[in-house]
Structures are given as C-alpha cells and as structure tokens.
Ligand binder design. Structure first.
Ligand code: HEM
Length: 161
C-alpha cells in the first residue's frame, strides 16, 4: 500500500521536477533546519520558565503570548518543507522507520503544546496555581524538551536508516 503510494508519487511530474532541480532539496532542507532552530529556541525559552529554571524571566503567559504564534508558524514551515521533501523522495521518507517514529513524536509534541496553550487560555496562572498543576506543567515542559531531542535525532537518522 505505502509502496504503491511511493511509486505513484515519485512518478508525478511534480516529484520529477523537484528531483531534477539540483538546488531544490538542499534549499528546502535549509529552510527546514532554520525552522527547527526557531521552534526549538522558542520552546526552550518557554519551558525553562515552566520548569522554574529562569525565575527573573517574564511571566509564562507573556512569554507564551509572544512565542506561541511563532511556534505554530515554525511548525507550519516544517510541515510544508517536510511535505515538499517527501514529494521529492517519497520512498526515502514514507518507507523509513525513523521518519515514521519522528512524525509520531511530532504529533505528541503538537498535542502537548496545545494542552499548554489551552491551560493558559483558560487561566493565565493555570500552570502555577497548585503543586499538582505545577507538576503537570513541569511534566509537559520536560516531555516537550525530550521530544525535541528525539525528533531531531530521528530526523537526522532518516539519512542513515
Ligand atoms: C511538522 C512536520 C514535519 C515533517 C513533515 C518533517 C519532514 C522531514 C523530512 C521529509 C526530512 C528529510 C529527511 C531526509 O530525507 O534526510 C526531515 C529532516 C529533518 N527534520 Fe523534519 N519534519 C517535520 C518536523 C520536524 C520537527 C518539528 C523537527 C525538530 C524539532 C524536525 C527535525 C528534522 C531534522 C533534524 C532533519 C534532518 C535534517 C538534515 O539532516 O538535513 N522536523 N524532516
């Protein structure tokens, strides 16, 4: 089934056009890597605040108000560049266990970020009102940072698996 999809996709004129342009994959991967840098930087800045590692930083809801729109923007750029790379080399990605694990981790990261955002929308103090909420917020923060490490490792491993 996936093999059929890869064969169909790589036979399309779009995949051929992208594949024949020598500059295309390196240019799209460069944009992908720049978006990774932006995404991870903003997530680290927010989550070290959630973990209480930077007490003199602005309140979480102000950090989140500033960063979250850009987090979703960076994820959008990662999705579009990722899809373009997949159209160009479908078999290299869709049949690759490292790519599949990576996409699963990306989905979990998006879910955790949505939960964090939903809490702050409900109450700016949502993640700091009680020890239980602080613990939950800390778990989301730590989980998100570990997911970033896992996604980057899985993304890099795609070329070797
Ligand atoms: C949002 C959906 C995403 C899609 C569809 C996607 C897809 C891809 C694809 C197709 C590649 C090329 C792999 C190859 O052929 O070597 C790639 C590379 C990579 N991706 Fe993503 N990605 C996404 C999000 C992310 C995120 C969120 C991160 C990190 C936080 C990330 C980190 C990486 C890394 C480190 C590489 C290897 C870059 C390289 O070696 O040049 N990706 N991604």
């Amino acid at each position: 089934m996936i093999q059929h999809l890869c064969d169909w996709l790589s036979a399309t004129w779009l995949s051929q056009a992208f594949g024949n342009a020598d500059w295309f994959v390196p240019a799209v991967q460069t944009v992908h890597i720049l978006a990774i840098a932006a995404l991870v930087t903003m997530l680290v800045m927010m989550h070290v605040r959630v973990l209480g590692l930077m007490r003199r930083a602005p309140p979480l809801q102000r950090l989140a108000a500033g960063y979250l729109p850009w987090v979703w923007c960076a994820l959008g750029v990662l999705f579009v560049t990722g899809v373009l790379l997949t159209i160009t080399e479908p078999g290299r990605e869709l049949l690759n266990p490292s790519f599949r694990i990576k996409m699963l981790l990306v989905a979990v990261l998006i879910a955790l970020t949505l939960v964090l955002q939903a809490g702050l929308r409900r109450d700016p103090q949502f993640w700091s009102v009680s020890p239980r909420r602080r613990g939950l917020g800390g778990a989301i923060a730590l989980g998100s940072l570990l997911l970033c490490v896992g996604i980057i490792a899985a993304g890099r491993l795609i070329a070797y698996v």
